[in-house]
Design a protein around this ligand. Structure first.
Ligand code: ADE
Ligand code: ZN
Length: 345
């Protein structure tokens, strides 16, 4: 136990870059209890019972269905503009406390708007306003990604993409396709992502997580993905791996999330290092820190301890994440220079 604590502290001290974190997977448990009480929700307002509904438990079956089910419960909490402001601010404060210097926070407007039927444009503007305020307060560079789910309607996705495109320049930089990859195709979203890219949004796509390597090719060629969320099945098709290498596509790998959603049977079986050794541009991320009960420091620790990533490689991957960030060139140059200096690279 002592050793783990000491090691974790070393990772806490590192400056970090997070490319893949969902706002809806980042709610503090105490805040959820507060919201449940304030809004007279029927959901259990004690921490332990609530945790079983919104966080992965040791005794849970580690399947993607169980993992996604946590988001359904979480949708009940978005009850007022104040709640949305608060969870956004707290997600950024928590990242800053973990020494995250550059954070791309993705959020799902459809999820946030659902309980109270808030207009999508309002929800997006609330997140933008609070993210800007918290980023300044905690001195962390934050960019936002609007996320849409494959298992929800393409009409809603189109509205979100349109609204996001209108807000480029307000800290909103990209569009993401998430959700149930195993059972819902991405074909209905081709046109939406093509237009979003033309409007100037960057594109990242969850693919090759709960679906085959072919989905990664589809994400790159049909949806215009510059980065892939997860993509841990890429090595199953050498042609897809070659395509990703050729393009330098960055992979937003989330080790604990993959374990908890049943992608790998044990943490040690995770292909992160194999991907790296095969020339895939991997980065290390959390996905849903509250659902998974982790921090980015803990994921760095997992990569080095459970998966045997050398410390030097971890540092280099932190810089690689910054280089794959959806931020303007001048900001990126500054960030990369600062990270290299602190990491002594
Ligand atoms: N939404 C939040 N986390 C996700 C994941 N790991 N895969 C797909 N959609 C998600
Ligand atoms: Zn994700």
């Amino acid at each position: 136990m002592e050793r783990v604590t000491a090691s974790l502290n070393t990772y806490r001290a590192l400056p970090k870059v997070e490319l893949h974190r969902h706002l809806e997977g980042s709610l503090r448990l105490d805040t959820m209890v507060d919201i449940a009480r304030q809004h007279g929700m029927t959901i259990p307002a004690d921490v332990l019972r609530l945790s079983t509904l919104v966080q992965v438990q040791e005794e849970d079956k580690f399947t993607f269905q169980n993992f996604l089910s946590k988001f359904n419960t979480l949708r009940m909490f978005y009850r007022s503009p104040d709640v949305i402001h608060r969870i956004t601010r707290e997600a950024i404060e928590d990242a800053a406390k973990d020494n995250v210097r550059y954070l791309e926070l993705r959020f799902t407007p459809v999820a946030l708007s659902r309980a109270e039927r808030f207009p999508l444009h309002d929800v997006i503007d609330w997140v933008i306003a609070s993210a800007g305020e918290a980023a300044r307060k905690h001195n962390v560079n934050v960019k936002l990604i609007a996320s849409v789910n494959r298992h929800e309607s393409a009409e809603l996705a189109e509205q979100v993409a349109w609204l996001a495109g209108e807000r480029i320049g307000n800290g909103l930089v990209a569009l993401d396709l998430a959700g149930n990859e195993a059972e819902f195709p991405s074909q209905p979203f081709y046109g939406i992502f093509k237009e979003a890219k033309q409007a100037g949004l960057h594109i990242t796509i969850h693919a090759g997580e709960w679906g085959p390597a072919a989905h990664i090719r589809e994400a790159i060629e049909e949806l215009g993905a510059e980065r892939i969320g997860h993509g841990v099945r890429v090595l199953e098709d050498e042609n897809v791996a070659a395509l990703a290498r050729e393009r330098g596509t960055a992979f937003e790998v989330c080790v604990t999330s993959n374990y908890q959603s049943g992608v790998v049977g044990t943490l040690e079986e995770h292909p992160l290092m194999k991907m790296f050794e095969n020339g895939i541009n991997v980065t290390i991320n959390t996905d849903d820190p509250s659902i998974s009960r982790i921090t980015l420091s803990y994921e760095y620790y997992n990569a080095c301890d459970a998966l045997q990533m050398p410390q030097y490689t971890l540092k280099e991957r932190i810089v690689a994440a910054a280089q794959a960030g959806f931020l303007p060139d001048d900001e990126k140059e500054k960030l990369v220079a600062q990270l290299k200096k602190e990491l002594k690279l």
